[in-house]
Write a protein that binds this ligand. Structure first.
Ligand code: 4JM
Length: 418
């Protein structure tokens, strides 16, 4: 009976303090850039996620039929819900939209490996503009978050490319549309699977060995000079990426980013810029990822609107922060512990606690008869600032004893001055 659902986590108060600290940093970075929070139901109609391509995210859908035989799914990602919300108000929303959310997202893997089935994923999106400045703004949001939690550009690199790089190369070989999207999904797994398996999957898609070699050589490009040499002079990929890196330079955050053609992302809907943040040592999976998805709405049966955004999970970042010793040691945030040292004075303690709370101090009122020794231990454990004692001796003179636990200073005050 103590076991929860497989792959789910409980958040005890110690965990919840940390989670809230992390979310506060997500929220701060978002609000500083003028984004507004939104939310959507965790449960969606399954068809919102039925896409043709063999994406991991749709293969691992946590879906089931409800009591009315409706096919539903716990959302594996937020973007389709966001697209649904934007579509439902198309025309009624002033553009561009800059929204963020921290949804819990779910997966159900067929291959059992004791892996998590839920996580929280900070989502930040801009809808309604094709401007590259929107993509640069997202990079700035991410950097602001990293700085907020104490990470530097020596710890982190944000690798950036564009789907248009591979699209231009494969387009000249008449590989377009669905075949292109599927190629991206396979290529995204390059750092997880062997080059043989990747080669096999690409040839199963119908690619010749020459095409596969071309793909591999393009994805090996790690700087803009090399890219410029490999693509046509009038390449849109090159000019958009140049603009993006220029904009990022204007923010003064160039040391956080680099071009890397191997970044394509594993979601079918990306159409332009794509990016991932990694720890520079390469110990962890991608910390976050995103990009431009200007054609998502038409795949859902609506009229397209340009959009760009990213998702940022709560797990890899906490592993990285632990490794860097950047996980804060948080305490409860209690100002005062109020305790009566005599059962007859409990009513006084209640009045004192109420009065302190009226003046906006957070108060932990001791609800049982406890000794001084217990109160000190308790105060230490929860990191309270003051101990407020209602003791018979002092109360006989209508005084309350206050011990400042930071300075050790003791004082006596009257009820009116509390
Ligand atoms: C998880 C949930 C949803 C997705 C990936 C992972 N798409 S739980 C770690």
């Amino acid at each position: 009976m103590t076991q929860g659902v497989r792959g789910t986590r409980d958040f005890y108060p110690d965990d919840m303090r940390l989670r809230n600290w992390l979310f506060d940093n997500f929220i701060n970075a978002s609000l500083l850039h003028g984004f507004e929070e939104y939310d959507a139901p965790i449960l969606e109609r399954e068809e919102l996620y039925t896409r043709k391509q063999g994406e991991e995210i749709t293969q691992q859908l946590y879906n089931f039929q409800d009591k009315g035989d409706r096919k539903v799914a716990l959302r594996p990602e937020m973007t389709p819900s966001l697209a649904r919300m934007v579509m439902a108000r198309a025309g009624g929303l002033p553009m561009p939209i800059k929204w963020f959310s921290i949804p819990q997202c779910w997966r159900y893997e067929r291959t059992q490996r004791g892996r998590g089935r839920e996580h929280y994923q900070w989502n930040v999106d801009i809808w309604g503009t094709t401007e590259i400045s929107a993509d640069a703004e997202l990079i700035s949001v991410i950097v602001t978050f990293f700085e907020g939690v104490g990470l530097t550009s020596e710890d982190i690199v944000i690798r950036i490319s564009s789907r248009k790089v591979l699209e231009e190369v494969l387009g000249s070989l008449d590989i377009e549309g669905d075949a292109f999207a599927q190629t991206c999904i396979i290529v995204d797994k390059m750092d997880k699977l062997s080059s043989e398996v990747i080669g096999e999957q690409l040839s199963k898609l119908g690619h010749t060995s020459e095409v596969i070699t071309t793909i591999q050589s393009v994805l090996g490009i790690k700087d803009m000079r090399g890219l410029k040499k490999s693509l046509k002079a009038e390449s849109l990929a090159v000019s958009e990426l140049n603009s993006l890196f220029d904009e990022i330079d204007s923010y003064g955050i160039s040391e956080w980013v680099e071009f890397d053609a191997s970044i394509v992302r594993g979601l079918a809907y990306y159409t332009g810029s794509v990016f991932e943040a990694h720890d520079r040592k390469g110990k962890f999976r991608a910390i976050c990822g995103g990009g431009r998805y200007d054609k998502l709405i038409s795949t859902l049966g609506g009229k397209d609107l340009p959009a760009t955004g990213f998702g940022f999970g709560d797990m890899v970042i906490m592993e990285l922060l632990a490794e860097k010793d950047l996980v804060p040691r948080l305490v409860s945030g209690i100002d005062d512990i109020v305790i009566s040292l005599n059962p007859d004075l409990r009513n006084v303690a209640v009045r004192v606690a109420a009065s302190l709370r009226d003046s906006d101090r957070t108060v932990d009122l001791v609800l049982e008869d406890k000794k001084m020794k217990w109160a000190f231990k308790h105060a230490e454990r929860i990191g309270a600032k003051r101990l407020v004692l209602i003791a018979p001796n002092e109360w006989s003179r209508k005084k309350i004893k206050v011990k400042d636990l930071e300075t050790g200073e003791e004082s006596e005050i009257s009820l009116d001055d509390i």
